[in-house]
Design a protein around this ligand. Structure first.
Ligand code: G
Ligand code: G
Ligand code: NA
Ligand code: MN
Length: 250
């Protein structure tokens, strides 16, 4: 069977699962929330990474169904967590541009009973590419519902500092590529320091993605980055393995 055909069956066959990766405060090491990361386990193909199947889902129009499933599952699971932590869900640019976005998000929030302020939607810089009124309108409507907006992979694509001023982001996710080099390269360090400073000045939360070592942790903490996410803190795990500690160990 073709990749596309397998993907179309994946939902029905129960091959999709959401893994959750913790995001913690750099100072207190308290868990602030979890990012929902979609996983596809195919009986023959094995684990297929989202970087391979998300673009295909976008191309064949399956992303709406898939995206709604992720959102619904993440909201329903988060509504059952013992603590009122946030859940961050990735939105494809195709979903973001859908006319039904607000309607489906509101419906899912209502059905799940999750407080809207516990939901954070991660969008990528590519949604800002078509600089139309509609982008700002959509973000404003999501904010009006009480949802938080995070700018994912900041610094990699077409992000400009100007976009931080034009759009109502609550959070900036500093891309992993800068964190990888933050302890060894002046340029990466300078960018992390700059983005953290701008974020703070604009009242946005900054989070460093892809923290793998204590040195990287110390480095982003030192420049004032508020939160971290990465293998050092915790790998993405299935909902059943979330044990909801208040803090992660030093
Ligand atoms: O965890 P990782 O390899 O899984 O994620 C790879 C990429 O796939 C990341 O850019 C991540 O944002 C994206 N991704 C993970 N889950 C989802 C999802 O549910 N929807 C969308 N649109 N992207 C996702
Ligand atoms: O684009 P997005 O930020 O959503 O991508 C998240 C991706 O990064 C997921 O594939 C996730 O598994 C991966 N990831 C999370 N933490 C780390 C880390 O510490 N190191 C690396 N290399 N990848 C990470
Ligand atoms: Na993300
Ligand atoms: Mn990212």
């Amino acid at each position: 069977k073709s990749f596309e055909a397998d993907l179309k069956q994946a939902l029905r066959n129960g091959e999709l699962e959401i893994f959750y990766q913790p995001q913690v405060n750099t100072i207190t090491r308290e868990i602030c929330g979890y990012e929902a990361l979609l996983r596809w386990f195919h009986p023959k193909r094995g684990q297929v990474p989202p970087s391979e199947f998300i673009p295909v889902a976008e191309n064949i129009g399956l992303i709406h169904e898939l995206g709604d499933w992720v959102l619904r599952t993440a909201c329903m699971e988060a509504a059952r967590w013992p603590r009122l932590l946030k859940v961050a869900v990735n939105l494809s640019p195709v979903q973001f541009r859908s006319r039904n976005l607000i309607q489906s998000v509101v419906k899912i929030l209502t059905q799940s009973g999750l407080d809207p302020n516990r939901l954070e939607l991660e969008i990528t810089e590519s949604v800002l590419l078509d600089k139309n009124e509609q982008t700002l309108e959509t973000l404003t409507q999501l904010k009006a519902v009480g949802i938080q907006i995070a700018m994912d992979d900041f610094g990699t694509g077409y992000s400009s500092l100007g976009s931080l001023r034009s759009f109502p982001f609550d959070k900036i996710k500093i891309d992993r590529s800068f964190i990888r080099d933050v302890t060894t390269r002046e340029d990466a360090f300078a960018i992390v320091e700059l983005v953290t400073g701008v974020g703070r000045s604009l009242g946005m939360t900054t989070i460093a993605e892809g923290i793998e070592t204590e040195e990287q942790f110390a480095c982003v903490k030192q420049v004032g980055c508020e939160q971290v996410q990465g293998y050092l803190i915790g790998r993405p795990v299935p909902a059943s393995q979330l044990d909801h500690p208040r803090q992660v160990a030093d």
